[in-house]
Each structure stands twice: as structure tokens, then as C-alpha cells.
Design a protein around this ligand. Structure first.
Ligand SMILES: Nc1ncnc2c1ncn2[C@@H]1O[C@H](COP(=O)(O)OP(=O)(O)OP(=O)(O)O)[C@@H](O)[C@H]1O
Length: 245
């Protein structure tokens, strides 16, 4: 099967230092790929390059076998993916209007917006909050709004950069379960950056360990976690220790 996204000879340098070097990375339609690594390893840079928020210094990105231009990605193409970050970007209006925002920009008819917003509020268990001002939500509720707002756009690819890290454990567990079943049901290709091994093991099909700007190891999540190699071994062991403590 052709990958939905493929990186070839990607490098990102700043001044004379190499921030990221990825000779090859393919992501398959519908998979959830986890990215883990120490602080400063280049995870966010990789996500920014994959989602075309950052142009690489060199290299090529293919989306469904078509090479993306190095600058000026069309709006139509950008609209095929969505990015969710740790900080929730909530507008000072109701939950309903927050979730509807992207559809309004796309000039979707009102009746359809209503139907879709109601569906996604229900999916994320926040229908009862529809009329509430989104600035008055808890962190977990706000992150549900953020995710509903991304998924309502039916993105082909979803980029998540530590979206759950600010949530307490019970809130996180409930949201992870709901969220995983939604992205599997919708077959949304997902790239998921996290520092949390529990999140990664629960959510992802494959895992890439990024160290000093390079992919040290990539494979099925359970294989990477159970058999870390070279420089990823001390990192994974340290992350596992945190869980057992
Ligand atoms: N535009 C830039 N200019 C200069 N340095 C940069 C730039 N973008 C990233 N860096 C540097 O590249 C390295 C990787 O940054 P990045 O944010 O991708 O790491 P990360 O793995 O996401 O880290 P963290 O886990 O702390 O969020 C860091 O040392 C950062 O300071």
C-alpha cells in the first residue's frame, strides 16, 4: 500500500547545527504513529515539517505520492490535515461556536453545521456544555472542545503535539479511550507526540524514538518498548521506571 505521507532526505538546520535529519519516513493510511524522545530531540520540529508549518532546509515531502511544493502550500491542501497542540486555542464564545468555527470559515450551510456540531459534541461527551462559554471550561473539557473542533473538519491526517499532558490522570484515561475509538472508527491517520509511555502504549500502532534530531528506532510500539536498541534503550527504560514508581 502507498504511504499517505513520505519524507525523503529531510533536514532542518539552524545556523550550523542540525536540528532534524530524517532520511526516510513513511506513514500508512489509518495508522497512529507515536513520536517520543527527550526534550529538544526534535519532535515538534518533525511535526511542524510533516504538517507544513515549517519548511525543511532540504528534502522532499510526498502526500499521497505527490511531492509537496517547498513553499506556498495551497489552502485546499492544508485543509486536509489538522493540528492539536498542548495549549488549547479556545475562542471567547460558546462551546457550540468553538466547534463550529472551521465549518463556518468553509461556508458550510447552517443546517449542516448544526447537525455536525451536535454529532461531534456527542462523540466527545460534551453535548451538555454546548451553550457554555468555552473560557469557563476545565482543562479536560477544553481539550475535548479542541479535539472536536479538529475532527469535525474530517481531516485526512491529524497531528497531535502533547495534547493530553496538562490533564489529570482520570480525565486523561477517559479522554484517551474516547479519542482512540473515534480516530479508529474514522480511520484518521494520526501522528502523536507524547512524553508519556502509558499514553503512547495505549494509543499508537507504531513508535518512533527521536534522539538528537534523528530517528533512533522505529517499529511496532510493543516491539520498540519491549526491545529498545542502542541509544533508545536507556530512554525507554527511564520512561518505564517513571511508570513503576
Ligand atoms: N526555529 C528554530 N531556531 C533555532 N532552534 C530551533 C528552532 N526550532 C527548534 N530549534 C531547536 O531545535 C531543538 C529541537 O526542538 P523541538 O522543539 O523540535 O524539540 P522537542 O523534541 O519537541 O522538545 P520538547 O520535548 O522539549 O518539546 C531544540 O534544541 C530547539 O531549541
Amino acid at each position: 500500500m502507498n504511504p499517505i505521507i513520505r519524507l525523503e532526505d529531510i533536514q532542518f538546520n539552524k545556523k550550523d547545527s542540525m536540528i532534524l535529519s530524517v532520511p526516510n519516513l513513511s506513514i500508512t493510511q489509518g495508522e497512529i504513529l507515536g513520536i517520543m524522545g527527550p526534550n529538544g530531540a526534535g519532535k515538534s520540529t518533525l511535526v511542524r515539517i510533516l504538517s507544513c508549518l515549517q519548511a525543511p532546509t532540504k528534502g522532499r515531502i510526498y502526500y499521497k505520492s505527490v511531492e509537496l511544493p517547498s513553499s506556498r502550500i495551497s489552502i485546499e491542501l492544508r485543509r486536509r490535515w489538522a493540528v492539536v497542540l498542548q495549549q488549547t486555542l479556545i475562542f471567547d464564545t460558546t462551546v457550540f461556536q468553538n466547534v463550529a468555527a472551521g465549518l463556518k470559515i468553509r461556508k458550510v450551510p447552517r443546517a449542516q453545521i448544526k447537525e455536525k456540531v451536535e454529532f461531534w459534541l456527542d462523540q466527545f461527551g460534551i453535548s451538555h456544555l454546548a451553550k457554555k462559554n468555552a473560557h469557563h471550561l476545565s482543562g479536560g473539557e477544553a481539550q475535548r472542545v479542541n479535539l472536536a473542533r479538529a475532527l469535525i473538519l474530517e481531516p485526512e491526517v491529524l497531528y497531535l503535539d502533547e495534547p493530553f499532558s496538562a490533564l489529570d490522570f482520570p480525565t486523561k484515561v477517559k479522554l484517551l479511550k474516547d479519542f482512540k475509538s473515534i480516530i479508529k472508527d474514522t480511520d484518521t491517520t494520526t501522528i502523536f507526540v507524547s512524553h508519556d509511555l502509558t499514553e503512547i502504549q495505549f494509543m499508537t500502532d507504531r513508535l518512533a524514538i527521536l534522539m538528537n534530531g534523528e530517528i533512533e528506532q522505529i517499529g511496532l510500539t510493543k516491539d520498540v518498548v519491549n526491545n529498545p536498541i542502542n541509544r533508545s534503550a536507556p530512554f525507554i527504560n527511564e520512561m518505564s521506571l517513571h511508570i513503576e514508581e
